[in-house]
Design a protein around this ligand. Structure first.
Ligand SMILES: O=C[C@H](O)COP(=O)(O)O
Length: 254
């Protein structure tokens, strides 16, 4: 049984005071939950507040990105050691917005995954296809390439140390959600791809869904057999919405 993980990716949103209020709101509701794991990934400047506020709670903290290098002359970058020092347990790697706007290739993403693990945290590896690719029937080909690139560079064993988030790009921030069946089909494909190399790792790896997950559709998505949680964008910016999704995760955990 895989414990559901509901992670909020705040992206580049909020102010110091709104971030603190949101964290406090999540913490209040999270106290009543126990079966699902809950994580929040605020922008870097708010991690310090995050670390202070989530201390002694079950809510985990995550970074949205990380530098491929350990330290040095990399202006504007944030290292994995820094994220670990500020209490992060998770780091999102290879989000489609990073791949699209900042040129992150599969090779760069694989390097990020490795440095996150070296620093004692868990990466959340994001994969997903564009609308064009889906319409051309290339969804599985694209996902396979993104997964296989990590296997080739970091080895199949690296999948024992990470979480995966399937995020169809056409569903991110668009209000269009993959149907539970569409999402389940891809989640099953990802699991089989990994299980084909290592049965035990394939059975254990958590695969989250991301793309307009909201209180109204979370239960249907999270009740699919291979959907092990959510990576939530827009709905993670309102504590009540995020907590409603967390409750759906609890229910799915049985
Ligand atoms: O990382 C989160 C995803 O990009 C989903 O974002 P969204 O829930 O706003 O569609």
């Amino acid at each position: 049984m895989r414990q559901p993980l509901i992670a909020g990716n705040w992206k580049m949103n909020g102010t110091r005071s709104s971030a603190e209020a949101l964290i406090k709101g999540v913490l209040e509701g999270a106290e009543k939950l126990g079966k699902a794991e809950i994580a929040i990934c605020p922008p870097f400047p708010f991690l310090e507040a995050g670390e202070r506020l989530v201390a002694n709670s079950s809510v985990r903290l995550g970074g949205q990105n990380v530098c491929t290098e350990a330290s040095g002359a990399y202006t504007g970058e944030v290292s994995a050691a820094m994220l670990a020092e500020f209490g992060c347990s998770y780091v999102i790697c290879g989000h489609s917005e990073r791949r699209e706007y900042y040129g992150e290739t599969d090779a760069i993403v694989a390097k990020k995954l490795a440095i996150v693990v070296e620093n004692g945290m868990k990466p959340i590896l994001c994969v997903g296809e564009t609308l064009d690719q889906r319409e051309q029937g290339k969804t599985q080909e694209v996902i396979a390439q993104q997964i296989d690139a990590v296997i080739a560079q970091n080895g199949i064993a690296s999948f024992a140390e990470l979480e995966i988030a399937y995020e169809p790009i056409w569903a991110i921030g668009t209000g269009k959600t993959a149907t539970p069946e569409q999402a389940q089909e891809v989640h099953d494909f990802i699991r089989q791809r990994i299980a084909g190399q290592d049965q035990a790792i394939g059975a254990k790896v958590r695969i989250l869904y991301g793309g307009s997950m909201k209180p109204g559709n979370a239960s249907d998505l999270l009740s699919q057999p291979d959907i092990d949680g959510g990576l939530i964008g827009g709905a993670a910016l309102a504590a009540e919405d995020f907590l409603a999704i967390c409750r759906a995760g609890e229910a799915a955990a049985g």
